[in-house]
Design a protein around this ligand. Structure first.
Ligand code: TRP
Length: 341
């Protein structure tokens, strides 16, 4: 397989509201960068900054997060000659397609979206008169924008977390309806790719590492801050000398997500031999610090050169639009919005 059209098309978006943390790296960034190195794959990775506006109306945070996330992916070695890396908001065809899909998407389908239902349930639990209190059309129509992201590039595989599977199913539904209504194969049907092997990393308090739990270790904090955060990881009250269980230990899990099989096995022995928590934490800190030092330096250098990041993203947008624009023309034509002559 060599022609671009024969390659498997893998696409995923990153909502730009937070600062990337170790959990993002292990769960999404690392597997994505690895997948993009496969010559049989054409990958599309983008900053979902239009999605960011749904959750975050602080312009400084959105702007900062876009820059941080772009710098993170580049610092960790994303090859942008290979992968198409762009900002959603640089592709005007995406909101246009969102509208076309909105016009074939049943409202009832959106009523069943988990994110919307969760917000309604919260309102009901809080005893609000209006179950839609505080819910914007952006949140309600979130899956349509996501479907446009995916269908715009005819993605075959969409690597996502479990919570996003429903959105991919909805994208298939919209693709099928559009194809049927306008009698053509405009869109191929995407599939969610949920990698069971990819780990969900625990956070400082032992729950899943997540911005919403405020328990994260950001990827590129200073050495000092990293040490402080590793020391905060919750352990138990076992004393040095007492054997400890690695399999229920967040500290061990974080270590093993980064370390090789041999290094992990060695640490496992240390646990059995009763390594003290202070000592274990020092080891984990040293390991992380050593492995993050180089990308952290690249990250800092990138942040100091936003012009370079801008160029990279504009080049990505150009490549993306070279595919989006012709498809959009076909879709306009199909819907009766073509030129008169
Ligand atoms: N909704 C996804 C998330 O929150 C981000 C996203 C936006 C996305 N558009 C996408 C993921 C398209 C995959 C494909 O994680």
């Amino acid at each position: 397989m060599s022609a671009a059209s024969e390659k498997t098309r893998v696409l995923t978006g990153i909502t730009t509201t937070g600062t990337p943390h170790l959990g993002n790296y292990v769960g999404a960034i690392k597997p994505a960068i690895e997948a993009s190195q496969d010559p049989n794959v054409q990958s599309y990775y983008f900053l979902a900054d239009l999605h960011a506006l749904i959750k975050c109306q602080d312009p400084r945070r959105v702007q900062e997060s876009r820059l941080e996330i772009a710098a993170t992916w580049l610092a960790l070695g994303l090859d942008t000659d290979n992968a198409i890396f762009y900002r959603q908001s640089d592709i005007p065809e995406i909101p246009e397609l969102t509208w076309m899909l909105s016009c074939v998407c049943a409202k009832g389908l959106m009523n069943r979206a988990h994110a919307y239902k969760a917000s309604v349930a919260e309102n009901e639990a809080a005893g609000n008169q209006d179950p839609d209190k505080g819910i914007t059309m952006g949140l309600f129509g979130y899956p349509v924008l996501m479907a446009a992201d995916i269908l715009m590039f005819n993605a075959n595989k969409v690597p996502v977390g479990r919570d996003q599977i429903q959105h991919i199913e909805m994208a298939r539904d919209m693709a099928g309806r559009f194809n049927h209504l306008y009698k053509g194969q405009y869109f191929s049907l995407p599939e969610a790719a949920v990698d069971e092997k990819v780990e969900v990393l625990g956070g400082l308090d032992g729950r899943k590492m997540s911005k919403s739990y405020n328990n994260t270790i950001p990827l590129f904090v200073s050495e000092k801050k990293l040490l402080k955060l590793v020391r905060k990881i919750k352990t138990n009250s076992l004393e040095p000398g007492e054997p400890k269980d690695p399999d229920t230990c967040t500290l061990f899990q974080i270590f093993s997500a980064f370390a090789s099989a041999e290094e992990t096995a060695a640490m496992r022995d240390e646990y059995a031999n009763g390594i003290g928590w202070g000592e274990a934490k020092n080891r984990v800190f040293e390991y992380l610090d050593e492995h993050l030092r180089e990308p952290r330096e690249r990250y800092q250098a990138l942040l100091e050169d936003p012009g370079h990041i801008e160029q990279v993203l504009l080049k990505g947008a150009e490549r993306a639009r070279a595919e989006a624009a012709p498809l959009m023309d076909r879709l306009r034509q199909a819907a009766g919005l073509g030129r008169f002559v």
